[in-house]
Design a binder for this molecule. Structure first.
Ligand code: TYD
Length: 199
């Protein structure tokens, strides 16, 4: 039996990592075999790409898009597909929708161009459910405590474009993307996530 693939999406500071970890714990308690991974990263090559991408310095948008896609190809081949084939669930912090909105919309490369680039990297491997944690840019900025990485330093207008991109994607893929109001406390949002995933 094939496992289920759940991805989490949202702007920086929306609480994705916390909610993904809470879902993994919840599934584990229900004796569901689950692996938690993240993008970019999740494999040795992917973690190397992550360090290169999030460090300071400039990267052209097209190079950035290819590096995210390369990390994703590695993660799908080495982690996600084998886990699903073995019947395990995958909970992934970010997946293709991050590239579609950050590189496709916010960087202006176009959703269709980024989709094509990534189809080669992921084949038929798409999430069964994508939880889109919806929160305002200002609230997310308040929540972000740590030192911002290169992409987070892009500023408010960039984050607003990312939000617009996610809204477009939610309209384009309604069968897969479930928007969840993430403006409340972690436990309330967790209950919404469990409902969205149907676990
Ligand atoms: P990360 O520290 O994972 O951010 P967060 O904790 O908010 O998930 O950094 C990932 C950054 O990389 C984030 O700003 C979004 C960006 N990103 C892209 O631009 N494109 C992508 O395809 C992915 C996966 C991430």
């Amino acid at each position: 039996m094939s496992g289920r693939f759940i991805s989490f999406e949202g702007i920086d500071g929306c609480g994705k990592s916390t909610q993904a970890a809470m879902l993994v714990e919840y599934l584990g308690k229900r004796d569901i075999a689950v692996e938690h991974t993240r993008e970019p990263g999740g494999t040795p090559v992917g973690e190397g790409i992550r360090d290169a991408l999030l460090a300071s310095g400039s990267v052209t948008p097209m190079a950035e898009a290819h590096l995210f896609a390369a990390a994703r190809a590695e993660l799908v081949a080495k982690v996600i597909s084998p886990a699903l084939a073995a019947g395990r669930w995958i909970v992934c912090d970010r997946f293709i929708d991050s590239s579609l909105t950050y590189q496709g919309v916010a960087r202006g490369l176009g959703i269709d161009a980024i989709w094509e680039l990534n189809r080669g990297a992921i084949g038929e491997c798409l999430p069964d459910v994508t939880v889109l944690l919806a929160i305002s840019v200002d609230e997310a900025a308040r929540r972000r405590g740590t030192e911002p990485d290169r992409i987070e330093r892009e500023g408010r207008d960039f984050q607003l474009r990312v939000v617009d991109g996610y809204a477009t994607l939610a309209e384009r893929f309604p069968e897969r993307i479930v928007p969840v109001d993430a403006s409340d406390g972690v436990d309330v949002v967790h209950r919404r996530v469990v409902e969205a995933v149907g676990a």
